[in-house]
Design a protein around this ligand. Structure first.
Ligand SMILES: Cc1ncc(COP(=O)(O)O)c(C=O)c1O
Length: 440
């Protein structure tokens, strides 16, 4: 992004509320002017039933998270942090790993600030699962852009991709409706398929995100063909959207980022891998080195506390982001745009895509989001090259944590169909303000 002075958010206007109740009637009665455009207010009113459903799921997830904190006896000494090798961390790492594993229904987890990103955590998991001669099978169409170079289907040879290590790659394309192709999947797994890879969220594809029941059905189909084939789920953007997680339905390993859902907008960095104990240990060996394992790596105390606190807040933040997505779908489809997922359908991730159709509209939408953000609202987002991405990408992320997509943000690759992918927000009203500015 490049800074452009003078671009100030003019979007947060007070819209006159039709027939506001006179302030004099009744003690303390006060009807403020609405912060939202009337079309947005109408959409909000129509979504109250959906918002309640989201809150009910949120409460179940919060209860599971709280119970895991209590079971691990989380206490202030876990927030002390460590330096150097990180041996003496007061049990913080172990407690965090055990809380996380319990929440997602896994045997074990490593939750570490030393994972740079979701891509890094996923790469560690893939290298833990695959060996020369194996095949990696992507069962939900092409994986997210940044994994292409990890797999070796783009980029230079000899950088240590899976392909460089003799791992073959194959894809099961999605069905025409954008979901899994069940017929193709029923015959896709071969004896040499060491790992089937399921991407839960849509990424930058115009496709359906997968429900936990879809993931279960896919895992059952894969294991029926080859019980030795490990199933790994890219869990980015899916955590806490439903009330169960992939290890609960048979996934061997999952991975994701802490500056997305499970960091609750508080975690300043990091990622996680969770699943079967031996596989998590193998992923830990990729993060550190064989033999060092997971009782290693220092974390400053304030970061350790943020990882715990963010995880505790995550269900709530995810709930707000889901409501934001419902609102975007409602308002933008009322304006005639194609949206994915469709308005009012159950959500399986926090991402809401809107097809804007051309470069100018995509850039303009990102500008409005950036202008509405609390940090760097005056910065003009510009499309550019980003490490890991083949296409130019534009990001609007005026966030407290750099690149955090659990905070209000949107982005999109500059390629057909010029879709913007919106996510995050610590309260749904942040998206209501963006949409009010967008349609003004
Ligand atoms: C589905 C999916 N997987 C993986 C990633 C990569 O995550 P990160 O940007 O943290 O590397 C993304 C990023 O948006 C994603 O959408």
């Amino acid at each position: 992004m490049t800074a452009a002075a003078g671009l100030v958010a003019s979007s947060v206007l007070a819209w006159p509320r039709p027939r506001a109740a006179p302030a004099s009637r009744g003690r303390g009665r006060f009807a403020p002017a609405s912060a939202f455009h009337p079309d947005v207010s109408r959409a909000v009113d129509s979504l109250q039933g959906r918002f309640r459903e989201v809150d009910l799921a949120l409460a179940l997830n919060s209860a599971r998270v709280s119970a895991a904190f209590r079971a691990a006896h989380v206490a202030p000494h876990h927030f002390g942090g460590s330096t150097g090798y990180g041996h003496d961390d007061g049990g913080g790492r172990e407690a965090l790993d055990s809380v996380f594993a319990e929440i997602v229904g896994a045997e074990a987890a490593i939750v570490r600030p030393q994972f740079f990103s979701g891509t890094h955590a996923i790469a560690c998991a893939l290298f833990a699962l695959l060996r020369p001669g194996h095949e990696l099978l992507a069962v939900a169409g092409p994986p997210y852009d940044t994994l292409e170079e990890v797999i070796g289907i783009r980029g230079s040879a000899n950088v240590g991709s899976l392909k460089d290590f003799g791992v073959a790659y194959r894809e099961v394309p999605l069905a025409v409706d954008g979901g899994l192709d069940w017929d193709a999947l029923a015959n896709a797994v071969r004896p040499e398929t060491g790992c089937a890879f399921i991407q839960r969220s849509c990424g930058y594809s115009w496709r359906k995100s997968l429900s936990i029941s879809d993931i279960k059905r896919a895992i059952d189909l894969i294991k029926m063909q080859n019980p030795k084939c490990m199933v790994m789920v890219d869990n980015c953007y899916g955590e806490f959207v439903e009330t169960s997680e992939p290890p609960m339905v048979g996934a061997d390993l999952i991975a994701g980022s802490l500056i997305k859902n499970p960091g609750g907008t508080i975690a300043p960095c990091g990622g996680y891998v969770a699943g079967k104990k031996d596989l998590v240990a193998a992923a830990a060996a990729r993060l550190s080195a064989p033999g060092l394992g997971v009782e290693f790596g220092s974390t400053p105390g304030h970061v350790m506390r943020s990882l715990f606190q963010g995880l505790f807040l995550a269900p709530q933040m995810v709930g707000e982001a889901v409501k934001g997505g419902l609102l975007i779908a409602e308002v933008m489809s009322n304006k005639g745009y194609r949206v994915q997922p469709l308005p009012r359908v159950p959500r399986h991730d926090i991402v809401q895509a809107v097809e804007l159709g051309n470069r100018e509209r995509l850039v303009a939408f990102c500008e409005v989001v950036q202008q509405t953000c609390p940090v760097g609202s005056f910065i003009k987002p510009t499309a550019g090259e980003t490490p890991g991405y083949a296409s130019e990408v534009i990001f609007a992320d005026g966030t407290f944590i750099d690149g955090s997509t659990s905070e209000l943000s949107c982005d999109g690759p500059l390629r057909d169909p010029y879709a913007v992918f919106c996510q995050g927000g610590t309260h749904w009203t942040q998206w209501a303000l963006v949409l009010s500015a967008e349609i003004a």
